[in-house]
Design a binder for this molecule. Structure first.
Ligand SMILES: *Cc1c(COP(=O)(O)O)cnc(C)c1O
Length: 420
């Protein structure tokens, strides 16, 4: 049957061998999955989830018990006072946008302390000109870059002493950059340093790809608000769309008023039949994140041993589900992504090519043969067509499938190399 996937037997042998060296790392991943499952289960029990919460509303969406309870469940799991979990968020970028526009007013100042934010936020902030950006409303933006993959603590403190900053944004996952992702220990330290000089500034976390990788959340180390997508980690591959914002009660209220309208806020928003999927998604999420992590670790190990540059390395501590392979050439990136697509359960016959995606500066290639379009908690691999040609691989609903996908991608990669 493996012949039908057309995976090189040598690649299968190699992966099975390398896998044996990963037992301890996989055990550690299992331990975290267990702890996060415990968190989820406790939240379900505390909120007495029952079939009634699977019901949903249409129209305005008044008194949607399922929706309101789901938001309590998310808040309990993430350790926050409140949460907004909505399918009306069309993406993670949209939730981040709603949050930024909810908290920032004309003449306010926003500061990123993790360098340049994710590509799709450039037009939101006004780093790239757009007539609807925060900048067009008179919001000032500044950024402080990371130094050796850590915060520039002194520069941040000096900046806060010299300027009144309304909101600090920290993006944990690397996005399409070459830096390392930011761990919860680093977040904890920088929050402590910030609070020494400024007790009021809103600390907002772009937590995309980081949920359930560790067992502590940014809120639990003192951040005010965090944002993420439901077609990434917390949707467990089951949520059909949506995103969340979790944090302080008054900040969630402001976000609700911006998402819908002032005066209605969180009280409205029909769920149109997805409550059960959201609950089932968060229930499965710890296990799906664990499968994704194992897939990433295997990828890192095998490709490093084949002589490719990878980040993180297989034994590194992980803070998100993203695995980078640095190809240093266009061909490798494209062939690898095409291999991931060929092994996908959906659209395996499609061949991805680089294209001009809205919101991104360079052309991007994206392999995502997913049940949910664009979902990147399902095995997916993408990257901008710019030097050093890095593949950003993430997801894997099950480890067995993740492994097969990676073996197929490596097969395609090695074949193209032998042809040249
Ligand atoms: C995925 C992601 C986002 C949001 O992307 P969407 O595709 O709009 O959901 C934002 N920041 C980071 C770091 C991400 O990985």
């Amino acid at each position: 049957m493996i012949q039908e996937l057309d995976i090189d037997p040598e690649v299968i042998k190699l992966c099975q061998e390398k896998e044996k060296e990963l037992v301890d790392i996989f055990q550690d991943i299992d331990k975290k999955e267990y702890e996060n499952t415990l968190k989820v289960l406790s939240a379900f029990h505390k909120n007495q989830i029952s079939e009634v919460h699977f019901n949903s509303t249409t129209g305005y969406g008044y008194n949607d018990i399922g929706r309101d309870t789901i938001e309590k469940v998310f808040a309990d799991i993430l350790g926050s006072e409140d949460a907004l979990v909505r399918s009306q968020f069309i993406s993670g970028t949209h939730a981040l946008t709603v949050a930024l526009f909810a908290y920032l007013r004309p003449n306010d100042r926003m500061l990123s302390i993790s360098g340049t934010p994710y590509d799709t936020l450039h037009e939101v902030i006004g780093i790239k000109k757009n007539p609807s950006s925060l900048s067009s409303f008179g919001v000032t933006y500044d950024q402080i870059d990371l130094v050796n993959d850590d915060f520039d603590y002194d520069k941040i403190k000096t900046y806060l002493q010299e300027h009144k900053v309304k909101l600090i944004e920290i993006q944990r996952s690397k996005g399409y950059s070459t830096r390392k992702s930011i761990g919860i220990d680093q977040i904890q330290k920088v929050v402590q340093e910030i609070r020494k000089v400024d007790q009021e500034v809103i600390i907002m976390i772009d937590n995309c790809y980081c949920e359930f990788v560790e067992t502590i959340t940014p809120i639990e180390v003192g951040c005010d608000v965090m944002v993420g997508s439901l077609i990434k980690n917390l949707g467990g591959g089951i949520a059909p769309n949506g995103a969340y914002i979790a944090g302080k009660k008054e900040l969630i209220e402001l976000a609700g008023e911006r998402l819908t309208c002032p005066g209605e806020g969180k009280e409205v928003g029909p769920t149109l039949g997805i409550n059960k999927q959201i609950l089932q998604g968060i229930f499965f999420a710890p296990s799906v994140v664990a499968a994704s992590l194992k897939t990433a670790v295997l990828t890192s190990k095998v490709l490093e041993d084949l002589g490719y540059e990878v980040e993180p390395k297989y034994q590194d501590n992980r803070v998100d589900i993203v695995q980078n392979i640095i190809f240093h050439n266009k061909e490798g990136l494209i062939k690898y992504c095409q291999g991931i697509q060929m092994a996908s359960p959906i659209d395996s016959n499609a061949i991805p090519y680089p294209w001009d995606m809205p919101g991104y500066t360079d052309q991007v290639i994206m392999a995502a043969g997913c049940f949910t379009m664009g979902s990147s908690i399902e095995l997916s691999c993408d990257g901008p067509l710019r030097s050093p040609y890095i593949a950003y691989q993430q997801g894997g609903l099950t480890y067995s499938y993740g492994k097969l996908g990676v073996m197929k991608a490596i097969t395609e990669l090695l074949r193209s190399k032998n042809e040249n």
